[in-house]
Design a protein around this ligand. Structure first.
Ligand code: SF4
Length: 218
């Protein structure tokens, strides 16, 4: 397995480095560094998020941990048997993932949750390495447009023919990419993404995995 993580002081994105330094001064007890992937190195499923949230992963150091996006994500993963232990919004809550791993397209906290195209590009090698280093990967769920685009580009896909849409499926050799609206509080509050809609994405992920396993055994 190859999981290359950026260093705590990765300097490839000057704007994000400046914002990181501001947070280190304002909140010296927070994580305030590139957030590493979290989950099972033998995962069949990778979930690609956008970037750490200020009070979520940037504070706690674990993707989707400590804010409401994580509540829905980990609850949903639990329904599909992909969690062990109980999620309690803390990196020391004992939760682990089984069969799944979470990685962000951009590892550092961006101001207003908006990384620039250049920052997304700079961080893509880490995303690519993380995904390519998973020997059993068969399905990727991309949360939101930016995660979708960066994942497609990481695998040299064609964005013009692989457009983002909720529940859209895109084929790569040995791999299916499924899109979902991001499980952000905004999308939940506006009804853009309901728990049921989110579950349907993971139900498709399981179906795609089983389909790939059947095809491989023929
Ligand atoms: S976003 Fe990625 S590439 Fe940019 S500074 Fe952070 S870890 Fe480095």
């Amino acid at each position: 397995m190859r999981l290359t993580e950026p260093s705590r002081d990765c300097s490839r994105c000057p704007r994000l480095v400046g914002f990181r330094e501001e947070q280190r001064v304002a909140h010296p007890d927070w994580f305030n560094a590139p957030v590493p992937a979290f989950g099972d190195p033998d995962a069949w499923l990778a979930i690609v998020g956008l970037a750490p949230g200020l009070h979520g992963a940037n504070r706690t150091g674990r993707p989707f941990t400590g804010d409401s996006a994580g509540d829905l994500l980990f609850e949903t993963l639990g329904k599909f048997g992909l969690t062990r232990g109980r999620y309690d919004g803390r990196p020391d809550d004992g939760l682990t993932l089984s069969g799944a791993i979470i990685v962000n397209a951009v590892r550092c906290l961006p101001p207003r949750n908006k990384p620039s195209p250049q920052e997304i590009r700079e961080c893509r090698p880490f995303l690519k390495d993380a995904l390519e280093g998973l020997p059993n990967l068969s399905v990727i769920v991309a949360l939101g447009q930016i995660a979708h685009q960066s994942t497609v580009k990481a695998f040299d896909g064609n964005l013009a023919s692989m457009r983002f849409a909720h529940c859209a499926e895109h084929g790569f050799p040995g791999l299916t990419l499924i899109d979902s609206y991001h499980c952000s509080r905004y999308n939940q509050n506006t009804g853009r993404l309901t728990a049921l809609m989110f579950e349907s994405v993971f139900a498709r992920a399981v179906a795609c995995r089983d389909q790939a396993a059947r095809a491989a055994s023929i």
